[in-house]
Design a protein around this ligand. Structure first.
Ligand code: KG4
Ligand code: ZN
Length: 366
């Protein structure tokens, strides 16, 4: 089945054409237009600017993806689109465009949850991966563990009670002077810290984001506050203002200590989840799944507990259309269809409430 999918939930305007069938998953094109350079000027995503940039880019990105795929629009059998969660104005651009496109082509429109989409990126790593599996999704907005019981039924078994890991990486990155988004630069700086500052790192006890109350939940606010206090104390000690650059070895220490704590906290809950559920296959997904330290530690945890690990290549960890196309295929097979009333939802809760009320513009199990 040839699916064209659109993703516009945050600061990437993306479109892909994928071919999905039983035992066959292929990406024919995957065009991502990133707005990061625009938002970097403001130190974070500015929602109104993001919506406008999506409007400017969406038509061009879709044309490019179609051209690159080698198929023509008349070969497209369904249109997939992210409808939740994300920035509401940004989501609405993709949803509106996808509605018109599906209607003009006379093909079904398939609504896709962004988080399910991130997880679905793992299908491209194997033609045989099928639910049930455990999914660990670590992104700018989520840090969650799901029992994926069927390709479309995700049961959340653990999640963050405050910030998401990606958000925390970006915040600490900004405070130590890295450009937005700080995640990838924190990754590289942490590698230097682990190499150069092993003794110093042993002395500082960064708190774990794993909540020790028997749940599979996380909290990143304590770790974030700890890192901020450490940075403020260092500035005071050296007589530096907020604008002065911090010494490189200190930045490396913070990046490594912070990353180490995030990775330890996430993998300890992952280990508990694998044991509790007895699952023997798992997926790691989301923007933060690009983190080299997290990838290595999750691989070690999965291996220790005898679980097969499926993790998308780094190019498919960040927001993209291919992952939405893959999930759209499974939603399509499960009988999920958007009507012309499809709405967009900023939060998971909003989407679920509208589903309960029957006001989300989605028909299920036809
Ligand atoms: O999944 P994503 O592209 O967007 C959301 O759905 O939120 O995730 C973006 C997040 C950002 O916070 C970014 O800093 C983070 O992923 N990120 C990383 C790395 N690459 C991207 N965080 C840590 N290490 C990385 N290598
Ligand atoms: Zn995302």
């Amino acid at each position: 089945m040839i699916i064209l999918a659109i993703e516009s939930s945050c600061d990437e305007t993306a479109c892909a054409v994928v071919e999905m069938a039983e035992g066959k998953r292929r990406i024919l094109s995957n065009t991502v237009y990133s707005q990061i350079a625009t938002h970097a000027l403001y130190g974070g995503v500015v929602p109104e600017i993001a919506s406008r940039a999506h409007i400017d880019a969406v038509s061009r990105v879709v044309s490019e993806a179609v051209k690159e795929s080698g198929v023509s629009l008349k070969d497209v059998e369904a249109v997939g689109v992210t409808y939740a969660p994300g920035l509401i104005g940004s989501l609405l651009v993709g949803v509106s465009f996808a509605k018109s496109l599906a209607s003009s082509l006379g093909v079904p429109l398939i609504p896709v949850d962004h988080i399910k989409g991130h997880t679905a990126a793992a299908y491209f790593t194997s033609d045989t991966l099928e639910a049930p599996f455990l999914a660990l999704v670590v992104s700018g907005g989520h840090t969650s563990l799901y029992s994926v019981n069927t390709p479309t039924e995700f049961e959340e078994i653990g999640s963050t009670r405050d910030d998401a890991a990606g958000e925390a990486f970006d915040k600490i990155g900004r405070i130590i002077g890295l450009p937005y988004p700080g995640g990838a630069a924190m990754d590289r700086l942490a590698a230097e810290g682990f190499k150069h500052m092993p003794e110093r790192l042993k002395e500082i006890k960064f708190p774990s984001p794993a909540i020790s109350d028997g749940t599979l939940d996380f909290s990143f606010s304590g770790l974030k506050t700890f890192a901020l206090n450490l940075i403020n104390t260092e500035r005071q000690k050296l007589g530096l203002s907020d604008k002065d650059p911090l010494p490189e070895d200190f930045r490396e220490t913070v990046a490594a200590g912070f990353t180490g704590a995030v990775v330890e906290g996430i993998t300890s809950k992952l280990g508990e989840a694998l044991i509790k559920t007895g699952t023997k296959q798992m997926v790691l997904a989301g923007g933060v799944a690009a983190n080299t330290h997290l990838r290595a530690a999750v691989a070690a945890t999965a291996e220790r507990l005898g679980a097969a690990l499926f993790v998308p290549p780094i190019s498919l960890c960040g927001d993209n259309g291919a992952m939405i196309g893959a999930q759209a295929y499974y939603e399509y097979n499960a009988g999920v269809r958007a009507t012309s009333y499809l709405n967009a939802f900023a939060s998971d809760e909003g989407a679920r409430a509208a589903e309960r009320d029957g006001t989300d513009g989605i028909v299920r199990n036809r």
